[in-house]
Design a protein around this ligand. Sequence first.
Ligand SMILES: O=C[C@H](O)COP(=O)(O)O
Length: 320
Amino acid sequence: MSSLVFDQKTKNLIRSRISFVAKQLGLQKEEILKHFNHLNKDKLEISEPNHLERFIDHTNLHSHATSKDIKKLCNEAIDYNFYSVCVNSSRVPEAVNNLRGTDVKIASVVGFHLGATSTSTKVNETEFAINSGATEIDMVINVGKLKDLDYKYVLNDIKSIVDCGASTKVILETALLDEIEIIDASILSVLADAHFVKTSTGFSTGGAKSEDIRLMKLVVGEEREVKASGGIRNFNSASEMIQNGATRIGASKGVEIVDQERNPQLRKPKIVIEKPQEKKKKETKQEKKDDPNTKDILYMIGLGATGGFIAGHLLTKLKK
Ligand SMILES: O=C[C@H](O)COP(=O)(O)O
């Protein structure tokens, strides 16, 4: 176990957001604060990045994924001993068949990937997935309602899924949110008693960032978990997420990630792109004039010209 230092500035920011969320929900700040006792700590315990296979939700959420693709996903999950497979709800029954007799778990996404379907539609999908054999639900929040500050809606949307009874991960779609929105959505997830907050669907404008993972972890504390997902393609990136507080990695590249952990030679070195030396910019006429060397030359020319003029003048006078 290592730890994540909890700085005072972040604590103050989270406390002020708790006050705001309480106001939006018509609750007393104290009622909410009791779910955030970790704000009194100076550091939080986090996991070490080893045996990455046990962190991985091996994922195929493509609309064009076929039965053959889902079978391949499940076989890889068995071979690599991944924690789970993560599939669309319509694929849960066949994932169950493919994984029978193994301890690989099944996670189903819900409201994927926009999160904008009605709460009742999400509940219906969740019930189907659980009844078919999913033990974890990765639901997408209603991002637009969050931005509307309709926190009562967002809280109820999440809570309705949590109440279905499976371990619930709340996908915030962090690429569409600013820091304040990430904090507020994480607070709402805690209040809904969700088990995880999760960064991304992998189908939006961006994926997991380590700074977002860290912030989410500091908001939800040690009792709840953070799942990093979207664009995690290699061992280094997966490790970075864990070092910032993630305890689950959602990735379609789980095989590559674990192969690289087991065989460091497969890890690509970090490419450092050096900034090219700035080209000497072309001097403008004015800058050339202002250059001290140019000034000296001009002075000498001026002096010579003046001298020449006086000498010429005297010569003309003498001739007369
Ligand atoms: O929830 C997991 C994501 O969909 C995975 O995204 P990825 O394909 O970028 O790894």
